[in-house]
Design a protein around this ligand. Structure first.
Ligand code: NAG
Length: 474
């Protein structure tokens, strides 16, 4: 009897992975047979909340490959975007609601954990509205609790190298969670953080769109000169704003600017702007027997609310542009929700509004955390698609410079496929900065080879550039 009990205990210990959360296949997407995939919930103790996760084990060697967490931003946007469009094993391209196997999936050599955060976002839910509002600190407490819950479910990952990654507003979530890991005694094997086009310091990130737009020729020298002459503060170019602003003229110039860029995709100034959502903003689906309505896409304000923090007058000027209908329709299908073990009846939306998420972002953003990460030897990577207008490279470069950390490698190109330049990389003590050229906010999706190369080299602690540029032959 006792022997059987011990045997059973051993079996449970060995098979600690939650068998009931395994996903063998997703309709339309395909099978998960070359690696194990899980979808379920991470409970936040003492809170009426659960965070949904998807865990795609490595296609290489799950037993030794690192654990990489991914967050999308918003606040309010779902990390399922990362999973189904940006770097999951199958991806849905923009404007095409079908899935294709992704040769550049980040789970090729990493165990990828996608967490939808905070509660209220995507399939993550709460059951007590009273207590459910967040800020940058409380959301990081929940993310830390979710990480602990993950290790409880998957204890075999406790000794793996851990990296925390994300994009956009996850420029807050990622360093904050790393800071929580430090605050809680560095119990886990946290090696580094990876942030793509991430919000970090509003002094530099705000107004960078107006600045980068000039260099991308979205307005002319005449307007540029007037902005300068009027000392306008809406643009983030050093020397323009010095307190001598001519507000009336600047407001006019700002409107002129918005007129010129109003049909530009702010997330990638060279990319198609998807308007199809405009026709049918709302979709309906029968979820657990009840007809539900959901937003099929989102406006720029829903997608990147931080852009509108200090700019109420520009509301609704920037079009949505992001392809939202395909992913949203897919994730509201009953068969998909069932396969993903979704527990809630709430419809899935790419980015939820205030009805589902009350969130306060702090003005101090996450810049203050960087010296703490460095002190604790947590390696830092920022990658930045340089055609992004939402969190432009220009702002990121400026705050990285202002940290004053000594350079360890000069700015240099790195090469991908047939010796094309994929981007540029610069290293400083404790921080690697990779610019992905010719691509915007979703660099991992739109320039998958270059981005994956940079991210993987960083994870492996190998140089991103082999510093042997092509010798031109004449
Ligand atoms: C933003 O960066 C500047 C340095 O350029 C720094 O002085 C400032 O404290 C930062 N802001 C915040 C809120 O951390």
């Amino acid at each position: 009897m006792k022997a059987i009990y011990i045997l059973a205990l051993c079996v449970t210990l060995v098979m600690a992975k939650p068998a009931d959360e395994i996903v063998k296949e997703l309709p339309e997407m395909g099978k998960f047979d070359r690696f194990d995939m899980y979808s379920g919930y991470l409970e936040i103790p003492n809170k009426q909340r659960k965070l949904h996760y998807v865990f795609a084990e490595s296609q290489n060697d799950p037993a030794t490959d690192p654990l990489v967490i991914w967050f999308n931003g918003g606040p309010g946007c779902s990390s399922m975007l990362g999973f189904i469009q940006e770097h999951g094993p199958y991806s849905m391209p923009d404007g095409d609601p079908n899935f294709y196997e992704n040769p550049n999936s980040w789970n090729k050599e990493a165990n990828m954990l996608y967490i939808e955060s905070p509660a209220g976002v995507g399939y993550s839910y709460f059951w007590d509205r009273e207590t459910d509002s967040f800020d940058d600190l409380t959301s990081s407490e929940d993310n830390y609790a979710a990480l602990e819950a993950f290790y409880e479910k998957f204890p075999e990952y406790l000794d793996h190298d851990l990296f925390i990654s994300g994009e956009s507003y996850a420029g807050i979530y990622v360093p904050y969670l790393a800071w929580q890991v430090i605050q809680n005694g560095l119990k886990y094997n946290l090696k580094g953080i990876i942030v793509g086009n991430g919000v970090t310091n509003y002094t530099h990130d705000d107004g960078a769109f107006e600045g980068m737009s000039f260099w991308h020729n979205l307005y002319d020298l005449g307007i540029y000169d007037q902005i300068k002459a009027n000392h306008c503060s809406f643009i983030n170019i050093e020397g323009f704003e010095d307190g001598k602003e001519n507000k009336e003229e600047c407001d006019k110039l700002q409107m002129k600017f918005y007129d010129l860029v109003s049909n530009i995709n702010i997330y990638d100034v060279y990319r198609e702007c998807f308007y199809d959502e405009g026709v049918d903003r709302l979709g309906t689906a029968k979820i657990n027997g009840e007809l539900k309505t959901y937003k099929r896409g989102m406006t720029a304000q829903e997608y990147t609310p931080f852009l509108f923090k200090n700019k109420k007058d520009s509301l609704n000027i920037i079009p949505p542009c992001v392809y939202g209908s395909g992913p949203t329709d897919f994730l509201n299908r009953q068969d998909v929700r069932d396969a993903l073990n979704v527990e809630t009846d709430q419809p899935w939306e790419l980015c939820v509004g205030e009805d589902r998420l009350e969130y306060e972002g702090f003005d101090k953003a996450s810049y203050w955390i960087y010296p703490i990460l460095k002190e604790n030897k947590i390696r830092i990577m920022h990658f930045s698609g340089n055609a992004d207008g939402a969190v432009p490279t220009q702002g990121t470069r400026a705050w990285i410079n202002s940290l004053g950390w000594p350079k360890t490698h000069e700015y240099a190109p790195f090469y991908i496929e047939d010796k094309q330049v994929g981007g540029y990389v610069e290293s400083r003590e404790g921080l690697t900065f990779a610019i992905i050229i010719g691509i915007g906010h979703m660099a991992a999706q739109w320039s998958p080879v270059a981005t994956k190369h940079a991210v993987y080299q960083f994870i492996k602690d190998l140089p991103i550039t082999d510093a042997s540029p092509i010798t031109a032959e004449f």
